[in-house]
Design a protein around this ligand. Structure first.
Ligand SMILES: [Zn+2]
Length: 281
């Protein structure tokens, strides 16, 4: 199905294109059923992770291919789960210390998707996973450990989103494929690594995604509830720097009707010692 991109609306809102991240935080100003979509070329990715917006493009071979892929992925997402604004930066120029994106990645600092020179190889599953990140742009904790734990939860929800909506248990691409029917084993040292930077949040999320997928491979209310936990303003922004506190704040941000089911899934996913509140000595 061909989607009608809101080019006219985009032209009218030209000034707003450079501030995608702030628009993302105000979903009430846009129509969710028809996400605003724009492709930018000549954007510049700075060393601190910020992105200087390039010019909006509407034509060209890569732009056409990217539009087609994004359109196909968005068509697979029900209206209520689509991100309201999708900004794609095609082959941005990178600062000296910024590793280039090969295919497709979500950039949290700008709220946009970055397409690399091998962007045409990004599969439907990869597009769905990255579009899930665009949608899951709600409140996040300030502390580093709390952030990493929520990042792992977000990766799990994004994988579940891709598998359920794409109708395929295998997500990711190339050497980073993750089969939600065969998650990797957990290890205590992996959980301890939450204290370190560069922790493998995809691998942790994989096991959470597998548990969600096992409960309902079609998505349904479980997927809607999981997305709702991370896509808006919530007390997660003020979560304490302890795993138990983060999980509690996460569950409080979830729809009440789905909270008990999600709490059960998280308790199976997290090791017991991380869930036990610390006893003051
Ligand atoms: Zn991801």
């Amino acid at each position: 199905m061909k989607r009608a991109w809101s080019w006219a609306l985009l032209a009218a809102a030209g000034a707003a294109l450079g501030v995608g991240a702030s628009l993302l935080q105000d979903r009430t100003t846009v129509v969710r059923a028809s996400p605003l979509f724009s492709l930018r070329e000549g954007s510049r990715l700075l060393a601190d992770g910020r992105l200087e917006a390039g010019r909006v493009v509407k034509s060209g071979r890569l732009a056409a291919e990217v539009s087609k892929r994004a359109s196909r992925a968005l068509s697979a997402i029900p209206n209520e789960l689509r991100p309201s604004l999708v900004v794609v930066d095609v082959e941005p120029r990178y600062g000296a210390t910024v590793p280039p994106v090969a295919q497709l990645a979500y950039l949290r600092t700008s709220g946009s998707l970055v397409v690399g020179s091998a962007g045409e190889a990004a599969s439907q599953a990869v597009w769905l996973h990255e579009l899930a990140h665009v949608r899951l742009a709600g409140a996040r904790p300030k502390g580093a450990i709390a952030q990493r734990l929520v990042d792992a939860i977000e990766e799990g929800i994004a994988d579940y989103f891709a598998a359920a909506l794409g109708g395929d248990a295998v997500v990711g691409s190339g050497g980073a494929q993750r089969d939600l029917r065969q998650p990797p084993p957990a290890s205590a040292s992996e959980w301890a690594s939450l204290a370190l930077e560069g922790v493998g949040t995809h691998r942790m999320g994989w096991r959470l995604a597998a548990r969600l997928y096992e409960r309902d491979a079609q998505g349904g209310s479980l997927l809607r509830d999981a997305v709702a936990c991370l896509d808006g303003d919530s007390g997660l922004g003020a979560a304490p720097e302890t795993p138990a506190g983060v999980v509690d704040a996460f569950l409080q941000a979830c729809p009440e009707a789905g909270r008990a089911r999600l709490a059960g899934i998280l308790s199976e996913w997290l090791p017991l010692e991380l869930m036990t509140p610390e006893i003051p000595t």
